[in-house]
Design a protein around this ligand. Structure first.
Ligand SMILES: Cc1cc2nc3c(=O)[nH]c(=O)nc-3n(C[C@H](O)[C@H](O)[C@H](O)COP(=O)(O)OP(=O)(O)OC[C@H]3O[C@@H](n4cnc5c(N)ncnc54)[C@H](O)[C@@H]3O)c2cc1C
Length: 448
């Protein structure tokens, strides 16, 4: 069906900033890209459509980050700004640490993180643009010269020499007409919620309760987990499961409302089937948590097999050990695949089903890598990089690399590569990977 359209009148748009690098999207991925570029002496604009920085970690209340060690907790695999931020938050008593857990290494107070990110941005003299949404690219003579943004002041242009798309959905890449794709089994979105009185459920298998009564309240069978907010009685629960496409305006709207409906349904199940418990809703996210929408086609697609086999890349810019974690769309529960060959299928309230995706081997890799080429979009724009969850990765690879400590490293790499591309007057695809790795290491990253 042809969608009706109208012609907008041509207009002059004020240039609201001119800078070296413009980062779109202000999760930790985008903030860390901006900080690395700024620390290398570049002028940086950071554009975020919501009212605070941090993305899923803050806006969507997902308050856990994974281990800086390999899968067997012996070798340190990353450092850099993720660790720096956790150290800063520890001084605010806003972090709980856990050793040798595949589930999480740090849980943090998402509200303290919002304020800490504000401070980090100001200290590094980055120009922040909050409540400012990227609207469209501005291309002159085939070159990406500016982005048009919309905010309270109206429409404005930010001119930059280099652009980093960290919007999660690859909005800039998509609107430039670059090739994007979606996995056949896109991971669902989840509305997290903060609950009080969670300790009144002590001794109760609430996962089983939710599984048994989900149908009655029209909650798709899935997986529920949570974490206490450090130094508080608040419990962050990730228990809803929403399948709408959040890169589409209608789908995104429906997803927000459906996620909130499911949060209430969870509370109603607990009240009905455990009337002695006293769980109360204390907080909702500013935005539903989105695990996956589109991906952009880059110079290299990272595959699940490369991840699971711990493929070493000469242009590696990030190291991770979070297991492949597939939130199924076609059946309840999730499947974990580990680098040592184990596979575990989990559903709330049911025993784990253990098997192997690979036979036992005398040795096995203990971490995986993300190559720089998976951040470099194919196409004509040499002053553009992708960072965050929409980089080029197949379904299985995405299931592992998508966690924030990994995405943060892609941001740091993009900010550093932008500096090198500008310094050497070269396209992103021609940045020397060895120089990139050295410059990342000089800035505090661990390069293996
Ligand atoms: C429920 C849930 C649980 C998860 N659990 C964990 C976990 O336990 N640990 C973990 O590490 N990871 C977890 N993840 C995965 C992880 O949170 C995401 O993969 C990661 O946050 C992706 O980072 P990103 O920077 O690419 O995207 P996002 O965090 O989504 O950030 C994108 C940012 O860009 C902004 N933006 C988008 N479009 C525009 C635009 N047009 N203009 C301006 N700004 C824009 C957004 O507002 C947002 O701030 C979970 C995800 C979900 C949803």
């Amino acid at each position: 069906m042809k969608i009706p359209s109208l012609a907008e009148p041509a207009r002059e748009t004020p240039v609201i900033q001119e800078c070296d690098v413009c980062v779109l999207g202000g999760s930790c991925t985008g903030v860390f890209a901006a900080v690395r570029a700024a620390r290398l002496g570049l002028s940086v604009a950071l554009v975020e459509r919501m009212g605070s920085f941090g993305g899923v970690a803050t806006l969507s209340l997902v308050n856990v980050w994974h281990s800086p060690y390999d899968e067997v907790f012996e070798k340190r695999i990353f450092s850099g700004l993720s660790v720096e931020l956790m150290d800063r938050l520890k001084k605010r008593r806003a972090v709980t640490e856990r050793e040798r857990s595949p589930h999480w290494a740090w849980s943090f107070n998402a509200f303290e993180m919002q304020i800490e990110l504000d401070e980090l941005i100001l200290e590094n003299k980055i120009t922040p643009w909050l409540h400012t949404a990227f609207a469209s690219p501005h291309v002159e003579d085939g070159e990406l010269k500016a982005v048009l943004v919309e905010n309270k002041s109206g429409r404005g242009a930010i001119r930059a020499r280099f652009f980093i798309d960290a919007t999660g959905d690859g909005d800039l890449c998509q609107r430039l007409g670059l090739e994007t794709y979606r996995g056949a089994h896109r991971q669902p979105s989840t509305t997290c919620a903060l609950f009080g009185g969670w300790d009144s459920l002590d001794g109760l298998d609430w996962g089983k309760l939710l599984r048994e009564h989900a149908g009655e309240y029209h909650i798709p069978h899935g997986f529920a987990w949570g974490a206490l907010v450090p130094n508080s009685q608040l419990y962050m629960l990730a228990g809803t499961r929403v399948f709408q496409d959040c890169s589409d305006a209608t789908g995104f709207t429906k997803a927000e409302m459906e996620g909130r409906r499911q949060v209430r349904a969870i509370q109603d199940i607990l009240r009905k089937y455990s009337p002695e418990a006293n769980v109360t809703l204390q907080g909702l996210p500013a935005r539903i948590g989105i695990r996956e929408t589109r991906h952009v086609r880059c110079l290299h697609q990272l595959t699940g097999m490369e991840v699971l086999n711990g493929q070493a890349f000469p242009d590696a810019i990030a190291n991770g050990s979070y297991r492949v974690d597939i939130h199924h769309t076609d059946k309840p529960g999730i499947t974990f695949r580990y680098l040592d060959g184990r596979e575990v299928y989990c559903q709330p309230g049911l025993p784990e089903l253990k098997s192997r995706w690979r036979e036992e081997t005398p040795t096995h890799p203990t971490f995986y890598q993300i190559p720089y080429r998976s951040l470099v979009p194919q196409g004509p724009y040499g002053n553009l990089l992708a960072a965050g969850r929409f980089i080029d990765a197949d379904e299985q690879a995405h299931g592992a690399i998508r966690v924030m400590v990994n995405m943060n490293q892609t941001g740091e790499a993009a900010g550093t590569a932008a500096y090198l591309a500008l310094k050497n007057q070269t396209a992103a695809r021609n940045v020397d990977p060895q120089l990139l790795r050295r410059t990342l290491a000089d800035g505090g990253s661990l390069m293996l």
